[in-house]
Design a binder for this molecule. Structure first.
Ligand code: GLU
Length: 441
């Protein structure tokens, strides 16, 4: 079987870490199995769907290296959805309803007060042709519900194992709204069928949708794909992540300087029985990822862990994988490798690379505490002429220590601050050979 998976975001907002988990699982599952991956833009809600969100979704996926083999947009497929809708109508599988939102809310409240589950009571099934006419004459438009069977739907979920959902415990889902807008279920099922999707992986909040979708697929006479429902992410205090979507949007994470591969490494492990690794290529991730090892318990997403993994990932990046970035910053080829080796161990994000290069080429205004002024002056006077080499720092600081009696932090910190304007940073012995401008004081 050729695997064909899909990621189907609605372009009504930015992607967050939870969405990316879904995208990644589908991508990894198909690529691990030499299959294809479809990006499907679920934009049947024409009012809320925005081009800017679609663009950002694509940018986020590209940033992560999640490449889609093809992209489809639901708004181009309305004809097909109408066709299927008419087909369902002719078989009485869907029925028109005229309740308003507030009438439905009231019904739900009453049911809850009586301790009953808030399932749609199918009043509309009792309407006659006369009734329809009356509603239409009053200018009311119908919304259309799918008639669920009285049966249990069972499937073998590739993440949670055997699942059984009683359709009688669900409301007949609305397929088309009063204004003619297709809702998720019908459009999604049509697409999954037409594009021959073999595996549908999505969040466990879709479990009941899957039950209704399976009935629909079977009613339409097609084979049901394989389903996998991953757990939802929670934050460190156990709350659903949805409250913090802003700070956990991929856009924010991208702008904060996180390494995309660190996020991929984290996401391909959390919630499974494996610990995250720091793999540098997608091929290694394909080998590492195993969907059958994921569990159904809510999965903790820890931004602090992501930050520290990102720093570790960057520090462990071999030169050939960062070469382009160093070139873009303007670091001459001849210096790149040594410069990278000199700075990498202390980096937290890529943003720091250009700052350090700027420091080396343009210098900084030194930071000198008052009590260190004389010491720094004496030290700088003893600094040998450039160019420096890997031994220069050791030779110089030994000489300065002998001269001033200073040792340890008292010796090194004021020199670091004077030369780099910062109290933390790369190993000074390694950095000194790159410092082109020594401050004058
Ligand atoms: N647009 C749907 C969502 O974002 C897709 C769900 C699915 O994968 O079927 O929830």
């Amino acid at each position: 079987m050729t695997f064909l998976t899909r990621f189907a975001p609605s372009p009504t907002g930015y992607l967050h870490v939870g969405n990316i988990r879904t995208a990644l699982f589908n991508f990894l599952l198909s690529k691990k199995n030499k299959g294809k991956f479809l990006l499907r833009i679920d934009d049947t809600d024409l009012e809320r769907s925005k081009q800017v969100y679609e663009d950002e979704i694509k940018r986020d996926l590209e940033w992560l290296g999640i490449e889609w083999d093809f992209c489809e947009r639901q708004s181009t497929r309305f004809d097909r959805y109408y066709e299927v809708l008419e087909n369902l109508k002719s078989e009485n599988k869907i029925y028109p309803c005229y309740e308003t939102k507030s009438e439905l809310d009231l019904k739900r409240k009453k049911q809850l007060n009586m301790g009953k589950p808030p399932i749609y009571d199918r009043t509309a099934l009792k309407l006659s042709l006369e009734d329809y006419k009356k509603f239409e004459e009053k200018g009311k438009k119908a919304h259309w519900r799918f008639l669920l069977d009285k049966k249990k739907i069972c499937w073998n979920d590739i993440i949670i194992g055997s699942v059984s959902i009683d359709l009688e415990s669900l409301s007949d889902p609305v397929f088309v709204k009063e204004d003619g807008q297709f809702l998720y279920t019908l459009a999604s099922v049509c697409d999954d069928i037409d594009f021959c999707i073999t595996h549908v992986v999505r969040g466990s909040d879709h479990l009941t949708n899957t039950a209704t979708q399976i009935q629909l697929i079977q009613d339409l006479g097609f084979d049901v794909p394989i389903y996998g429902h991953h757990s939802l992410l929670i934050d460190s205090s156990g709350d659903n992540l949805s409250k913090r979507l802003g700070s956990l949007s991929i856009r924010e994470i991208r702008n904060s300087g996180i390494e995309p591969m660190a996020l991929i490494n984290l996401m391909s492990a959390i919630g499974s029985s494996k610990s995250p690794k720091l793999l540098h290529s997608l091929d290694e991730i394909f080998d590492f990822f195993d969907i059958s090892l994921f569990g159904s318990a809510p999965t903790k997403f820890d931004l602090k862990l992501l930050n520290s993994m990102s720093a570790k990932f960057l520090r462990s990046t071999p030169y050939h994988l960062i070469e382009n970035e160093l070139t873009n910053i303007g670091i001459p080829n001849s210096s790149q490798k040594d410069f990278w080796e000199a700075i990498k161990e202390n980096l937290n994000s890529r943003y720091e690379i250009s700052k350090l290069w700027d420091l080396c080429t343009n210098g900084i205004s030194p930071v000198i505490d008052k009590e260190d002024l004389e010491f720094v002056r004496t030290a700088l006077a003893a600094l040998p002429e450039a160019p420096f080499n890997k031994d220069s720092w050791k030779i110089w600081t030994t000489k300065v220590s002998d001269k001033t009696g200073r040792k340890g932090k008292n010796l090194f910190l004021p020199l670091r601050k004077a030369l780099t304007g910062n109290s933390v940073g790369p190993d000074m012995g390694k950095l000194l050979p790159f410092l082109g401008k020594i401050p004058k004081i």
